[in-house]
Design a protein around this ligand. Sequence first.
Ligand code: DHB
Length: 411
Amino acid sequence: MPVDLSTTICGQTLTTCVYNASGPRTGSSDALSKVASSRSGAVLAKSATVEEQTGNPLPRTFQADGKGSLNSEGLPNKGIDYYISQNTIEESMGESGKPYFVSISGHNLADNLDMLKKIDKVSGISGVELNLACPNVIGHPIIAYDFEQMDSVLSAVAKLKLKKPLGVKMPPYFDGPHFEQAAKVLNKYKSSISYAASINTVGNALVIDTVAEMPAINPKGGFGGLSGPAVKYTALANVKKMRDLLDESIDVVGVGGVETGEDVFQFLLCGAQAVQVGTKHWIEGASCFDRIVGELEVLMEEKGYKSVEEFRGKLKPWSKAGASKSRAAKKKAGAGRSRADQAKIPVGKGGILPTMIVSFLLGLLLATAAFSALGGEVSMGGFVPFGSLLKIHDELEGARMGPRKKKVKEL
Ligand code: DHB
C-alpha cells in the first residue's frame, strides 16, 4: 500500500504535507501554477500589501555559499487585489483542486485589517497567513518581537470575527522566555488562530564581499533575512517549542531550511502539521516538491510508517540505546559503501586525490628540511619553496570547493 502523506490545515485536506512558503517564486499566477502542478499539497501566494510595490533596490538577494541565503526584498508584490482575483486563482490553481492560501504583510494595522476584510469575502481562498515577522521593511521592526504590539494586532484581528481560517507567520525565537511570551499571546487568541508557521527568516544577517570590501546586498546597509540550511536547526527548535507551548487547537507549520524529505520528516517528528519550503523552491524551482515528497515517501517506507500521523510529534528523548542504534546504522551504511565512497569519507567532498598530493608535497618538504639539517645539500630545483606549497594547497582547495560564491539570479 502506498504511504499516506496527507495532512489537514485550516480544515482543508492537503494531499501531501509539503507545500511552498510565501516568498520567491510565489508572486505571479505563472509561478504559482507551477507549484499547483507539482506534488506540493497546497499553494501559498507571496505576502501582499494593499497596493502593488516594487520593493527594495537591487541587488537584494544573495545565495551565500550553499548553506544560507540572504534576502531583503522589501515586499515586492502585485497588491492584494491581484492575489484574490478570480482570474489569478483560476490561472494559479487550474484543475488541481488544492487549497489556495494568501499571505499579507501590511505596512500598518489598518492595512492588515482592510486586506483581511477583503479576503474574507472571496471564494476559492482556503485561508490567510498574516505575516508578523517580516524583517525587511525599512523603519518597521518585526511585530512578533514586540509582544505588546503583537497582542494588540491579534486583538484587532480577532474582533473582525473572520470566517476564513487565519495562520500567523512567526519569527525565530532563541530564548526560553521569548518562546513562552509568544505562545502566551497566541494562546490568548486561540479561537481566531488556526496555525502558527515557524520560522520566518533569521532577521538582519550580513554577508560580506571580501574582494569589494562591502556588503553582498544593497538595501539596509546589507542587512537581510537569512534562510536556507543555516537556519534549519533554529527552525526545528522553534517548531518543537511552539508545539509544546501552544494550545492543541493551534497547528504548527514548520518552515526554515527544508531541502529534503528527511528534513520534512524531522519537522514532522517535532510536531509540524505541514511543512513549507522557501529557499530550496527559489533555487531549484517547483520540481523540488516532487523530489522532496518522493524522498519522504521512501524514508517512510524504509521506516515502516504508513502515514504521517504515526510519527508526528513523536520525537523521542535522547537515550543511550538510541545513540548506539544510530551508531550501528552508520557503521553498517559505511561498510556497505563502495571502496571509492569509503575513501571519500575522511576528506569530504573533494575526494582523496588532492589531499594525497598535498600530503606528498608536505612530506617532501619535511624530508628536504631534515636532509638539509643533517648537512645534506639541496639545489633550489630540488624542492618546492614553502610559499609555493601553500599556493598549491590553496589552488587544490579551490578546485575542491568550486567557486566560493555563486550568485543566483534575482527572481
Ligand atoms: C520579505 C521578506 C520576508 O521574510 C517576508 O516574510 C516577507 C517579505 C521581503 O523582503 O520581501
